[in-house]
Ligand binder design. Structure first.
Ligand code: OGA
Ligand code: ZN
Ligand code: ZN
Length: 429
């Protein structure tokens, strides 16, 4: 029963139970501040857990509903509480709490040892976990790839796809049937599609009255999509339906000139900025840029404005999101003292992005689908024109990052040998 609650990455129940018994042999020490547990299997490290934290994480059926894993303990039950007794019984620590000033304030509960070890929040352990959770920069020169049929047929290959996205932020899917709607089928292997102001799926093809520059032959400089949303899509997919002339049935030829895809992993570039230009890095985490889509000359008018910094940091100074979309920047509205420092830092980062040796350029062929983390990876394309009957047609879709994460965590428990990395827009300590 408890194995299901062990946290982000649990071993199968049988090995967990064996492992439990080797975790602790000494009696936990109770003090006025909480409980100290000495871990036998980890260099005899001792961890301190606070009274209120322990009470909040009681695993007994009164505090945590077994059926849905939701907390039933109320905040008032945490007030002035302290542990009066702690003993090890098998795989769990049995705890007794006393709530001061409360007549029936005694509570007896338990917390699994492995769960406590996994959720050790000492500075040392948090730093270690943060390091392990850092993503790996996207490989330069070649993209990780999977095959459409296999993704559709095997959960293990689906997991491999999501693993690549989690680790590198990008993955190619090959041999996707070049019929409109294939992107829906393959995307729905992950989760339901996130519909946006561009529809459930969108057609990147030259149009008469384009509602976006993407629907012309113009170049798209490196950017992220829908950054003006309060919750921009975390995962983006672009499937190449056509990149050639109507009369040609074979692979891509020269009938579309240009139109190569561009990708850049912001993660190593931002770490370079942080190391070499800490002040500029800091400004871009603090001063909000304006992003907007204000467009009344379209069938369904849109008016969205948001103010967020280009780099969003989490509790441990880790990057949790990037906001970069020059074509959708609105008017900077910040304190006058911040204007010049902001622009100086902004221009520096723009230059680091556009001159990065990690910039990856390739031609997406019909039947290929590129998927990437829209809060980490920048994408763009070179301008193009067609000779004769040439058509360039991509179909796109988005998935909310939380839905991606959930699917990946679930599959990773079955197929993975390591916990998931921390992806942008999300922290999984
Ligand atoms: C887009 C886009 C890339 C391309 O539609 O947002 O970036 O290769 N398209 O056309
Ligand atoms: Zn309890
Ligand atoms: Zn785009």
């Amino acid at each position: 029963m408890l194995a299901g609650r062990l946290g982000r990455f649990a071993a199968p129940v049988s090995t967990v139970n064996k492992h439990y018994r080797r975790l602790v042999t000494t009696v936990p020490q109770v003090s006025s501040e909480g409980v100290h547990i000495k871990w036998d299997d980890d260099g005899e490290r001792t961890t301190h857990y606070h009274n209120v934290w322990l009470r909040h994480n009681c695993h007994c059926p009164h505090c945590l509903a077994d059926y849905n894993n939701q907390k039933t303990i109320q905040p008032a039950q945490l007030v002035n509480t302290r542990v009066t007794k702690a003993t090890i019984e098998g795989d769990v620590v049995k705890l007794t709490w006393q709530q001061q000033g409360c007549d029936d304030g005694v509570h007896e509960g338990c917390i699994p040892l492995q769960w406590l070890k996994h959720h050790d929040y000492s500075d040392h352990q948090l730093n270690k976990k943060m390091k392990q959770a850092q993503p790996t920069p996207a490989p330069m020169g070649h993209l990780p790839e999977v095959d459409y049929d296999k993704v559709m047929d095997y959960d293990k290959v689906l997991w491999r796809w999501l693993w690549n996205l989690n680790e590198y932020g990008v993955c190619l899917v090959n041999n996707v049937p070049t019929v409109p709607g294939s992107i829906v089928k393959v995307t729905e292997r992950i989760a339901h599609i996130q519909e946006t102001i561009y529809g459930r799926t969108f057609q990147v093809v030259v149009q008469d009255k384009p509602i976006n520059i993407a629907y012309t032959g113009e170049a798209l400089s490196l950017h992220m999509d829908l950054i003006y949303y309060e919750s921009p899509p975390g995962l983006q997919l672009l499937h190449c339906l056509r990149m050639t002339a109507l009369v040609l049935v074979t692979r891509n030829d020269n009938s579309i000139i240009g139109g190569e895809s561009l990708l850049l992993d912001t993660y190593p570039v931002l770490e370079e900025l942080r190391n070499n230009y800490p002040e500029q890095f800091h400004i871009l985490t603090r001063v909000p840029a304006t992003f907007q889509k204000i467009h009344y000359k379209r069938e369904s008018p849109v008016h969205i404005v948001s103010q967020v910094p280009h780099i969003v940091l989490g509790e441990h100074e880790e990057i949790v999101a990037v906001n970069w979309s020059p074509a959708f920047e609105g008017t900077l509205q910040v304190s006058p003292v911040d204007v010049e420092p902001y622009y100086q830092a902004y221009l520096l980062l723009a230059k680091l992005f556009s001159t990065s040796e990690r910039l990856f350029q390739f031609r997406l062929l019909p039947g290929q689908l590129i998927s990437f983390n829209n809060r980490r990876i920048l994408h763009g394309r070179n301008s193009f024109y067609s000779e004769g009957e040439g058509v360039r047609h991509l179909e796109g879709a988005y998935v909310n990052i939380d839905e991606f994460n959930s699917r990946f965590h679930v599959l990773n428990r079955k197929f993975g040998s390591q916990p998931p990395k921390r992806v942008f827009n999300h922290s999984i300590l």
